[in-house]
Ligand binder design. Structure first.
Ligand code: KQY
Length: 365
């Protein structure tokens, strides 16, 4: 594997859309006891269901620690490949590489700098050096040359690509003080275009209320096809999410993409009842020195937008809420050729993210 110090766009590479064909998906087995309650047992069951659903139409590689190999092997279906890798947590979207393709079929990975969503300013754990090394190891595993972008802090959950030159991101996240405070918005826009082979960045102002990633775009808005997005939405003006979603809608209604299209927005409701931590759930989490903690009653950043698009399905989080069925119906209309696979995701949400956050697609080359 070569470590590259050129830029993907200049080399002719671009980031495909998630709905384009995949060769596979990377996940990481959950383990740390401050993220996953009760020794991560319930979270592992959810990860197994998600891995199995994805493995029905593409190869899944699960990274796992030495200590958890036997447990993971016993719980996962045989078609899921396990590879030992040291990580700090299980957020493959943010720590595995972002893959880019060349029209001639070459595939490369991007190794962004990772600082646990804000480093010593407002990051979520310390240290994070094992996670910062995951992308390069995954590139080695898949025999991809790897762009070194470690001087630029970015997580995969903070970007979406339509594969046709347009990137979605949020100001709340990418302009946050804990990531690249030395860069202006214009410089970050240029960096995204240079790395992802894009022409246009649509900057949504905000994400989901209480999203501890500084409001990753993958929890609020996602492309369903070029020129079309789903946006997390509530009609309840008294809900703190209302103003955040409305601000995003205002931007999307004015935006044009890299091909000059206006963006068609499909609203996707958030759960009808806020999803909040219970006392029992809080009791199941370990406390690690100096880290943010969960408190009983705390609202979690629940959103149906945090789905994963596999070759044949869309794997959608469910929250035991009346809006679960509504979200499934809307997404089935958005993805008429794919199966919608609903999976109970509360245990992943307690960790601070959801199905999209724990998966990273490997585009087909
Ligand atoms: O949502 C994500 N992409 C990651 C969330 C990390 C939360 C750590 N507790």
């Amino acid at each position: 594997m070569h470590i590259l110090h050129t830029q993907p766009k200049a080399d002719g590479f671009f980031m495909p859309a998630e709905f384009a064909p995949h060769d596979g998906c990377i996940m990481i087995w959950p383990e740390r006891s401050d993220s996953w309650r009760n020794g991560a047992y319930a979270a592992r069951n959810a990860f197994v269901k998600i891995a199995a659903a994805i493995a029905a139409s593409e190869e899944v590689t699960m990274l796992v620690s030495n200590q958890q190999y036997e447990t993971a092997r016993a719980m996962l279906p045989p078609e899921v490949r396990l590879v030992e890798c040291t990580t700090d947590d299980a957020w493959a979207r943010d720590t595995a590489p972002t893959f880019v393709l060349h029209p001639d079929g070459r595939r490369r990975g991007i190794d962004w700098g990772f600082n646990a969503w804000g480093g010593l300013t407002d990051g979520l754990y310390f240290p994070w050096d094992n996670d910062n090394h995951v992308a390069r190891k995954v590139c080695d595993l898949f025999r991809c040359d790897c762009y070194s972008m470690r001087d630029f802090i970015l997580e995969g959950g903070s970007i979406h690509s339509d594969g046709e030159g347009t990137i979605l991101t949020t100001e709340a996240c990418l302009l946050s003080k804990g990531r690249n405070p030395q860069m202006t918005k214009a410089e970050i826009t240029e960096m995204l275009c240079d790395c992802l082979g894009a022409k246009t960045v649509i900057w949504l102002p905000r994400g989901i209320y209480q999203d501890e990633t500084n409001e990753h775009v993958d929890n609020i808005c996602a492309f369903t096809e070029p020129g079309k997005v789903v946006l997390a939405w509530t009609d309840d003006k008294s809900d703190p999410q209302y103003a955040l979603s409305q601000a995003c809608l205002d931007v999307l209604e004015q935006a044009t993409d890299a091909k000059g299209r206006h963006i068609q927005v499909q609203k996707l409701p958030i759960p009808a009842k806020p999803v909040c931590m219970t006392e029992e759930e809080c009791m199941g989490l370990d406390f690690w020195d100096g880290e943010p903690t969960r408190t009983p009653g705390e609202r979690l950043a629940a959103s149906y937008v945090n789905f994963y698009i596999s070759n044949k399905s869309v794997i959608v989080p469910q929250f035991d809420d009346p809006m679960d069925a509504v979200a499934i119906k809307i997404l089935q209309n958005c993805f008429p050729t794919r199966n919608i696979v609903p999976i109970a995701a509360r245990e992943i949400l307690i960790g601070g993210g959801n199905i999209h956050c724990i998966t990273q697609q490997i585009p087909k080359n």
